[in-house]
Design a protein around this ligand. Structure first.
Ligand code: SF4
Ligand code: SF4
Length: 186
């Protein structure tokens, strides 16, 4: 059990990102059970996946109110297990609005979390069509090596990642990415 020190408050960001199989919710769509300014209308009976998801903002003490996912524009969360591309637990980021990963505030948070933990940031761009990687160069290199393996079919990997997001198994995803940007200074 993670050490959750902050309740979600008014944030409902993950209700617009993850797929939830139990209620046929597609990824990157707003949940039909979400009521504006009120939250989840089936909160007491919300699916297992909704109950089990915790983002890093909730457990990292120094993340500020302004860095709450809905205000920041991105959700950060650990992968809850080793990724295939580095063999270690890393951090995932989910872009809430197209382009928000490029926002300087989001990049500052990504840089900080990566520097503190030594982990790779695997950023899912809005809509789930591409990934970006930020963080320690050795980990980026390991991820790029994984992508270059002859048995890795990029199109198939995108399809699988999309399906895993739908199935709620994304934290152990087999993923693909299109680019990473060294100029971000992370
Ligand atoms: S993104 Fe984090 S703070 Fe926001 S609703 Fe989800 S778990 Fe709560
Ligand atoms: S069921 Fe409730 S908690 Fe789960 S995604 Fe929908 S609105 Fe959010």
């Amino acid at each position: 059990m993670k050490n959750i020190i902050k309740p979600c408050g008014g944030c409902t960001a993950c209700c617009a990102v993850f797929g939830v199989r139990e209620i046929d919710k597609e990824p990157w769509t707003v949940c039909e059970h979400l009521v504006a300014k009120k939250g989840c209308k089936i909160y007491g009976k919300r699916p297992h996946m909704c109950r089990e998801f915790f983002c890093l903002w909730q457990s990292v003490e120094h993340m500020t109110e302004e860095e709450r996912p809905d205000r920041l524009g991105a959700i950060f969360a650990t992968t809850n297990g080793p990724t295939e591309f580095t063999g270690a637990e890393e951090i995932q980021a989910y872009e809430l609005r197209p382009g928000s990963m490029d926002d300087s505030k989001v990049m500052r948070v990504a840089k900080r979390l990566s520097a503190e933990s030594g982990k790779l940031i695997v950023a899912h761009l809005h809509g789930g069509k591409a990934l970006q990687f930020f963080g320690p160069q050795a980990k980026i290199d390991a991820a790029m090596e994984w992508a270059a393996l002859p048995e890795i079919d990029m199109a198939e990997s995108v399809r699988k990642a999309s399906k895993q997001l739908q199935n709620g198994t994304l934290p152990k995803l087999r993923a693909v990415w299109t680019s990473y940007n060294k100029d971000k200074g992370v």
